[in-house]
Design a protein around this ligand. Sequence first.
Ligand code: MG
Length: 386
Amino acid sequence: MTLRLSILGSTGSIGRQTLDIVAAYPDRFRIVALAARSNLDLLRQQVSAYRPELVVVGSEQDRWRIDAPTVLAGVDGLVTAATHPDADLVVIAVSGNSGLRPTLAAAQSGKRIALANKESVVCAGELLMRTARTHGAEIRPIDSEHSALWQLLALPHRRAELARVTITASGGPFRTLTPDQLESVTPAAALAHPTWRMGPKVTIDSATLMNKGLELIEAHWLFGLPYQLLDVVIHPQSIVHALVTFRDGSTIAQAAYPDMRLPIQYALFYPDRVPGSVPLLDLTAVGRLEFYQPDCERFPALQLAREAGLRGGTYPTVLSAADEVAVEAFLAHQLRFTEIVPVVRTVLERHQPIGGSLCLEAILEADDWARSATREVIARRQAVHG
Ligand code: MG
């Protein structure tokens, strides 16, 4: 059977790896829509290789540069791609809050969604899961930890039997640095992740552990798990991605080499498992698996994210948006590495929350507020510190 795909964010890291898998199994997939914001050269190559009916670009002036039956631009275009009637599976791999509207629209259309966009789960988790339930949409996580949890939680069990659900974090490149050393970390050093190859935002988030904090919030919504059950351990080898512990003392772990193609492939082929680009795990070659408690003093992002998740409402949106702005400022040498999380904390403290069930407008409004509040906090710091 051929699965017809709509891929949003086709030129990013996840989008490119998705197309690698499609290329490896050409008779299993057909591409109906591709969307990319700015890498027009690569998008053009993808369009000529896969001949989609619909292509979505970032801005109106780029529309004429693409040769396809239909070319649209912007978020409305993304929504059209996400709800395309011919698409059997929508891969949402756009980064940032531009994923919110298309993901919700896909859920509203009852689509099968392979979801790599963190923001839509972090910011709109309750709304997204409710919409998916109402319209019979299916969400398949594309992320090593949530893919692992998806597999582990499919094991027969009753919810009351779950004692602990653990996701692992590599700890990033600065796991062993002293507080002084962390102060002077450069963007270039932060972008060199030891075990994962990813986009710049998620790589910096891995170094601060904010990525893991956002993933805690995602796990809460995707699998309906209370925060008290959710735990994070540092595991520098990134071989074990998640563990589920039952009340009888039995723990089951999911393990694989760190390669994003595995969770992508699992989401594309589910429930089938196909031989892929990831070699079979040889634990004797890996040799050593280490696990540590995260150091909350040097890496306060995890606790901050947990607090924002527990507070709920618009707090996770503010956390995510403030972090995005702060990471950009760090990459632009406007903020120290160790200032990223304190800036996010300051913005969270200033936030006037909207609680309860959220609509998309409230989420976008909180997102907007958080971005300008973060810019303000950063500008004030620069004025003080020069
Ligand atoms: Mg992850």
